[in-house]
Design a protein around this ligand. Structure first.
Ligand code: HEC
Ligand code: HEC
Ligand code: HEC
Ligand code: HEC
Ligand code: HEC
Ligand code: HEC
Ligand code: HEC
Ligand code: HEC
Ligand code: HEC
Length: 372
């Protein structure tokens, strides 16, 4: 009996030890994240115990005064806080007070130091910004060129495109005049405030993080394709009663053929042949019927004269624009075309008839001669 009891006791002991360690394991596993969460919030609470004070300020070596107040309300609405990203995720060096000595002297240098924290988690966007026009401007010494936080904020990061009109407002903080033109244009007008995705915002034409120089020869010859993304889309254009043929007909025009040749062969050589924006404007594009439009009949001649100096009114009258030739708008061209179109078959049939008669005549002649 004893011999049996002992192993049973051992088995019981082992079983209860196993159960105990399992329970402990479960306890640790379940407590761990809660504890980590608690710690993060503890850190935030700790930091905000001083930085939640609206009067906390500091004077930089440059003499600038910076508010050190961090609003709990902003943090709550930021995309990061609900995802569990707290102070220490970005301010990795700062753990307690007193803080390590600062490495910057001006407010701007401070922004340009701390924004580097964003690349830890958003490395692909960071990489894109590094060869953008903005980074080039900064490299050339213009420290006002934007970094992540100028467009997104630091403690108050919100979805950047809700509503879509927010995008042009963000760019417009610095590109004020362009944004003003844009807001009054057919693209940036009412439709944009209605959050309509059919009209372009700044980033549709320029990109977001990898903005390139739009004044190069290459960008210029690619402009028609940029506009064609929407203006050759029949479904999108039909909603606004606009023709989706403008791109196709442009490509058949003198200007379009010229530009296509440069695009294919010499994309980096500047060429003046007209692209869409030369006639319609860039950020200030208006409806054709708007008296302020560069292509309104009242202004069209002077638009052509920008590149064809000295041409007269007959120049625009003879030009068919984006239109197929039609009897109302271009009667002369229309009837000339009708004339040639009907003339060609007449001439063709007459020639065939003539040749047939000649053959017949020759045959009759031969038969007649062979008769005695
Ligand atoms: C005991 C109060 C106190 C606490 C707690 C505190 N700070 Fe500060 N913090 C200050 C004061 C005061 C300054 C002004 C500069 C200085 O005295 O070092 C400052 C400055 C700063 C600055 C700007 C100067 C710099 O170092 O770049 C940052 C960023 C900052 N704190 C982040 C934090 C973070 C993150 C935490 C939490 C981990 C935190 N602070 C906790 C008081 C505090
Ligand atoms: C997503 C990253 C991120 C998080 C999270 C974050 N910060 Fe910052 N913080 C920054 C950046 C970037 C700057 C520089 C901002 C600028 O240029 O205005 C900054 C600047 C500051 C400053 C200097 C004053 C100012 O407003 O520019 C203080 C103080 C500060 N942070 C404290 C905190 C505290 C406290 C927390 C947590 C409650 C926190 N930060 C969370 C990125 C972050
Ligand atoms: C610790 C990692 C981490 C750091 C550091 C960080 N982010 Fe984020 N960020 C995230 C995560 C995760 C999300 C997604 C949150 C969500 O969708 O719930 C996010 C979302 C965003 C979004 C919103 C995207 C959208 O589609 O709405 C923006 C904008 C953004 N971050 C910008 C920044 C900027 C600017 C900084 C630096 C000041 C920064 N982030 C630093 C992790 C981070
Ligand atoms: C010149 C302004 C500007 C700068 C600088 C900028 N962004 Fe953005 N970012 C935007 C805009 C505008 C959008 C929304 C784009 C859209 O929907 O077309 C956006 C979108 C985003 C998104 C969400 C979409 C995505 O691509 O995942 C993230 C995340 C983001 N940015 C992070 C960053 C980070 C990190 C940096 C710095 C390395 C940065 N941004 C620099 C303007 C900017
Ligand atoms: C914080 C200010 C700021 C914001 C915000 C900003 N930019 Fe810029 N941008 C600049 C500066 C500065 C330059 C360089 C100008 C120079 O060197 O002459 C520049 C240059 C450019 C250029 C190149 C043409 C040129 O003049 O050099 C384009 C295109 C551009 N920005 C588009 C945008 C778009 C699109 C947005 C929004 C997504 C935006 N910018 C947001 C400041 C800003
Ligand atoms: C429909 C397309 C389109 C939209 C939308 C657009 N742009 Fe442009 N942008 C262009 C083109 C094309 C050029 C090149 C013009 C040229 O040949 O000089 C340009 C040029 C620029 C330049 C450099 C030239 C200059 O005049 O300084 C900046 C900066 C710029 N855009 C910013 C913006 C901003 C900011 C917005 C939004 C408010 C915006 N763009 C919206 C197409 C667009
Ligand atoms: C993202 C799509 C999109 C892009 C890209 C775009 N457009 Fe538009 N455009 C529209 C829409 C949609 C309308 C109609 C708006 C309305 O009628 O309210 C419009 C209207 C116009 C009009 C006014 C037509 C009229 O007489 O009513 C002109 C001209 C125009 N665009 C030219 C251009 C040029 C030039 C470019 C390229 C530099 C361009 N668009 C790029 C979507 C776009
Ligand atoms: C040489 C000048 C010139 C060029 C280049 C040009 N346009 Fe036009 N565009 C006009 C004129 C003039 C009108 C108004 C009369 C007409 O419809 O022909 C017009 C009308 C339009 C309309 C209104 C059409 C409608 O249905 O009412 C749109 C949209 C348009 N153009 C877009 C473009 C796009 C996109 C490009 C480039 C692919 C372009 N234009 C190139 C001169 C030009
Ligand atoms: C941005 C400058 C520019 C604008 C604006 C412009 N053109 Fe042109 N156009 C050119 C160039 C460059 C050529 C090619 C000349 C060559 O290859 O010899 C050309 C060629 C032509 C030609 C054929 C060749 C010729 O010289 O007879 C016609 C027709 C023409 N343009 C009409 C117009 C009309 C009409 C307008 C106004 C609605 C206009 N253009 C606006 C630059 C422009």
């Amino acid at each position: 009996m004893r011999k049996i009891k002992l192993p049973a006791l051992a088995a019981g002991l082992i079983a209860s030890a196993l159960a105990l360690s399992w329970a402990l394991l479960v306890l640790i596993v379940s407590v761990r994240p809660a504890q980590a969460d608690g710690l993060a919030q503890e850190t935030e609470k700790y930091c905000l115990s001083c930085h939640g004070n609206p009067d906390l300020k500091m004077t930089l070596p440059s003499g600038e005064q910076v508010s050190l107040y961090i609003s709990a309300e902003d943090l709550q609405h930021s995309v990061h806080s609900p995802a569990g990203i707290e102070c220490e995720a970005c301010h990795t060096e700062i753990k307690t007070y007193p803080h390590p000595p600062i490495t910057y002297t001006t407010r701007r240098e401070m922004a340009r130091t701390y924004y580097l924290a964003c690349q830890k988690c958003h490395s692909s966007n960071y990489a894109k910004t590094q060869d953008s026009m903005h980074a080039q401007a900064a490299a050339a010494g213009n420290l006002d060129a934007p970094v992540c936080t100028d467009c997104h904020g630091a403690h108050n990061v919100r979805p950047p495109d809700e509503p879509r009109a927010l995008i042009s407002t963000t760019c417009g903080k610095c590109h004020t005049q362009i944004n003003q033109d844009y807001v009054q244009s057919v693209h940036g007008g009412d439709l944009l405030t209605q959050d309509n995705p059919d009209v372009p915002v700044c980033t549709d034409c320029h990109g977001v993080h990898n903005i390139q120089d739009p004044r190069t020869a290459q960008f210029r010859v690619e402009t028609p394709d940029l506009c064609a993304r929407c203006h050759a889309d029949a479904e999108r254009m039909s909603k606004y009663g606009l023709s989706a043929d403008v791109y196709g007909l442009y490509n058949l025009s003198w200007h379009g053929v010229d530009v296509a040749v440069y695009k294919a062969k010499w994309p980096t050589i500047w060429h003046e042949s007209a692209v869409c924006t030369d006639c319609h404007g860039i950020h200030n594009i208006r409806r054709t019927s708007d008296p302020a439009s560069k292509v309104n009949p009242a202004n069209l001649l002077s638009t052509c004269q920008e590149c064809h100096p000295g041409v007269g009114a007959n120049w625009t009258a003879a030009w068919i624009g984006h239109n197929r030739i039609d009897p109302q708008r271009t009667p002369f061209l229309y009837y000339t075309e009708v004339f040639y179109r009907s003339l060609t078959p007449i001439v063709l049939w007459a020639s065939i008839l003539y040749v047939a008669l000649q053959i017949l005549h020759a045959a009759v002649e031969r038969v007649r001669r062979s008769l005695p």
